[in-house]
Design a protein around this ligand. Sequence first.
Ligand code: SAH
Length: 375
Amino acid sequence: MSEPIKHLPLVFEEPRGRGKPPIHLADLTPAERKERLIELGLPGFRAQQLSRHYFARLAEDPEQMTDLPTGQRAELVEGLLPKVLTEVRTQEADRGKTRKTLWRLFDGALVESVLMRYPDRVTMCVSSQAGCGMACTFCATGQGGLQRNMSTAEIIEQVVAGARSLARNEVAGGPGRVSNVVFMGMGEPLANYKAVLGAVRRMTDPSPDGLGMSARGITVSTVGLVPRIMELAGEGIPVTLALSLHAPDDELRAELVPVNTRWSVAEALDAAWHYASVTKRRVSIEYAMMRDINDQGWRADLLADLLNARGNWGWAHVNLIPLNEVPGSRFTRSRDEDTAEFVRRLEARGISTTVRDTRGSDIDAACGQLAALED
Ligand code: SAH
């Protein structure tokens, strides 16, 4: 189903960085982890022990890895468990149930992740790129451009760090586990396809080769890179797809989400429908509610009609996001009554709709607010 790379636009070209992130076992399949140790002149069978320390025990300190011979421990850990993220700071909100962490990567690039604890689940919102090249006009991350793609290990380490802080009882509400991961931090995950897919595989691989999570708990959110949506549909991993639509008409969407000039609303929705049909997973249509911009009743009607035209078996769910206001931006949040009317119109046409909460907006941790600035 996937189209050849030559059809992809220039925004996919990876900017030249200063070197590459260190190779970590999370970048590798179990067989490759063994090979790497052997290349380093170390015993291959140690790879599985290292994987267990990383994915199952969530160990960080080599001193705790007492099943590794003391004489070789440092070399083994350097070989497969190099430090890929350095914590710069963590901010808390919602009485400790929301935690945003700023990370420095090996080359100085900064990214953020957010842990959100709910009564029934813990969701980690992760970044997949340092910066973002999609330039959505209402998004803080989009204003700074793309620095570089993140590696699989840099993505996975955000989840593992969240899992560690839960296991260590550092998060309000007692010890717990990460049940959900959303690629809604910085970056366009499908513009870093290979590393993101690797991260999804590491999350779903059974323990101790991976984190043993359910694919159903993972959401990949995209501006609508159509060929990559089609490719993802063919991978056989039923992750949830979220399509950031934000407008049902090309004229407005092109202003909000510039990639719309490459793939239109109709093309993005067709790809989303294809994804839902192949994976049997309901697609989430993301729609940030902006006052007097995209929140008129006729746009709700049009959105519902476009979704229903592609099938009325509940293949799509609309998730309205109250806009998180970005300093200096001309966009403001919709009035509550306009949001309520938008919901009413979608539901009247049979479209299931929710309004997302705005966890962490007071620490700039909500959708579209991640700018990774150092104080
Ligand atoms: N690049 C991916 C992930 C981005 S962040 C994507 O576009 O889907 C996740 C969601 O937050 C996207 O739906 C994005 O459009 C939305 N978002 C961006 N800025 C926002 C803002 N200021 N307020 C509310 N949602 C925003």
